[in-house]
Design a protein around this ligand. Structure first.
Ligand SMILES: [Zn+2]
Length: 264
């Protein structure tokens, strides 16, 4: 599941391949935008905004989101692809490179001046030049009754975190994911840690929260039933969502992340 660090890295790779060049091919394979052809236009830049990707081409922005399965690949123009062509949703090329978006969860084109209509609702971007921890904290504390494990996934509060980080952050701060936001000790430190962790991973191909690069990279995510790396207690797995349709797996150590009351 791509998180903000993955999208940041993909944006950097796409920007290196396309920025400053003129498109020789633009093939968007979604019905609503199939007739949009930006060939002949100059690519200004490719940037990430939380988990969203914005490709600014001519006066337009190609907005995409990877959702669960999506990925962008960069190939030499004329070279072969590592995924089947029928899975391609967007193909953009210049003389040297062809970038292909496979299985994109979302693909649309908007005028660049109207970008706010598609990403304006996002909270401060953890990896953005305008990162603002105070605004993120204020957003987080607005709903003190919400489970912290849900708030961390809410891109309106701060943009960039996904399912891996929400479990890992709760572990590192010793908070059960179901703890209400208003009952989290030192919530500013949770936000600071979120930014530090995702920034440390943005240039790595393998994400780590333990500091180990080659094995044992995560504390609890995906480790249900296995011993906690700190205390050997069995890691628990549960489901957490704002409603039944949005339930997502979450992992925690019941010993390292005990329930507590802020008045304890
Ligand atoms: Zn533990």
């Amino acid at each position: 599941m791509p998180e903000g660090d993955t999208v940041y890295r993909e944006a950097a790779q796409l920007n290196a391949a396309l920025a400053g060049s003129v498109l020789t091919r633009c093939d968007l394979r979604v019905p609503a935008f199939a007739t949009v052809d930006l060939a002949g236009e100059t690519v200004h830049e490719v940037v990430s905004r939380g988990k969203h990707l914005l490709m600014r081409v001519g006066d337009a922005t190609i907005h995409s989101h990877l959702k669960m399965e999506g990925t962008w690949h960069v190939y030499p123009t004329g070279g072969s692809w590592r995924r089947p062509s029928f899975k391609a949703r967007a193909i953009l090329a210049n003389d040297r490179f062809t970038v292909v978006g496979f299985d994109l969860g979302l693909l649309e084109v908007v005028p660049t001046e109207a970008e706010a209509s598609v990403v304006g609702y996002l909270g401060p971007d953890l990896l953005g030049p305008d990162w603002n921890p105070d605004a993120a904290l204020a957003n987080l504390l607005r709903d003190p009754h919400r489970a912290v494990g849900l708030a961390l996934l809410d891109q309106r509060i701060m943009a960039g975190l996904g399912n891996v980080y929400r479990s890992e952050l709760c572990f590192l701060r010793g908070i059960p994911p179901t703890q209400a936001v208003g009952e989290v000790r030192e919530p500013a430190k949770l936000i600071e840690l979120a930014q530090r962790l995702i920034a440390a991973n943005r240039d790595r191909t393998e994400r780590t929260t333990t500091g180990n690069l080659f094995r044992d990279r995560l504390w609890v995510y995906g480790r249900g039933g296995q011993p906690c790396r700190r205390c050997s207690t069995r890691i628990e797995r549960g489901l957490l969502g704002d409603d039944e349709l949005q339930l997502r797996d979450v992992w925690w150590c019941p010993s390292c992340q005990p329930r507590f009351s802020i008045t304890d």
